[in-house]
Design a protein. Structure first.
Length: 269
């Protein structure tokens, strides 16, 4: 069972890297700065949209935008973590340039993710239990794929479809047991979600009595905090796994000593 809980040790390694280079936190902060206003605007527009067909259009555009912000910041994290691990000196400007180069693929990711979100919402509105379950499963699998494919797209500067193909090639002969990492990180982010949800509801109840707008803002802050921090941890973890799998492929070995330092330390603990 220890392999499922090494993500917590890995988080300690991430904190160590952040202490060495605070630039690594910039994608997390940028995510919060961009996503919270975007979510507020999207919520207001959707609330005042009377026509149901137009409502789905607004929802599709809004969700795509929110996913793009999240995934773009994930791409920044991939680039920064890669530079920090390989050179010991990650800088924001080169990471931003590398992520902008991958932005067409990131946009495709965001659009498909938004489509899955709308499918799940539509199934719930129709009280289609089976449809909701299936849509939820597909969305969960797709979300996990995002964190595996994103490093291929950003690090190797490939398009969306080539990154997906590349990711599949590594998965077929994967020596890293990334599946256990997905389970472990899922547990960690689930606990994070419980905390953020509790803080969000609590702050809404307290501040909503003073001002409904303030209460909603506080709730949205904690919702976005969960997505930003959870996404940051996942993409950092899977970036290191991707780098290890790629090195294993090159060396023809599954030696843990080929893993990036943060992951290597977590596996040894």
């Amino acid at each position: 069972m220890s392999r499922y809980f090494r993500v917590f040790s890995f988080m300690g390694q991430v904190l160590g890297m952040v202490k060495q280079n605070t630039t690594l936190l910039s994608p997390l902060l940028l995510n919060l700065v961009l996503a919270i206003p975007a979510m507020i605007v999207f919520t207001i527009l959707y609330h005042f949209t009377q026509d149901s067909a137009l409502g789905y259009v607004v929802a599709a555009v809004g969700l795509t935008g929110l996913y793009f912000i999240d995934y773009f910041c994930n791409g920044l994290t991939v680039s920064l973590i890669y530079d920090q691990v390989t050179t010991g000196k990650a800088e924001f400007k080169p990471a931003l340039s590398r992520t902008f180069a991958a932005s067409p693929g990131i946009l495709i990711f965001a659009a498909i993710s938004a489509a899955f979100e709308l499918m799940a919402t539509y199934a719930r509105e129709r009280d289609d239990i089976l449809g909701s379950i299936l849509a939820g499963i597909v969305r969960a699998v797709w979300t996990a794929a995002t964190y595996v494919v994103m490093p291929a797209m950003v690090i190797e500067n490939t398009g969306f479809f080539n990154a997906f193909k590349r990711s599949k090639e590594l998965a077929e002969n994967d020596p890293t047991q990334v599946g256990s990492g997905i389970i472990g990180m899922g547990l960690a982010t689930y606990l994070l979600g419980l905390v953020c949800w509790g803080l969000g509801v609590g702050s809404f109840n307290v501040l909503g009595g003073v001002s409904p707008v303030l209460g909603i803002f506080a709730f949205m802050f904690f919702v976005n905090l969960y997505w930003a921090v959870g996404g940051y941890l996942k993409i950092t973890y899977f970036t290191c796994f991707y780098m290890w799998a790629r090195e294993c492929e090159r060396q023809g070995s599954s030696d843990p000593r080929l893993a990036p330092a943060p992951l290597q330390a977590a596996m040894a603990s």
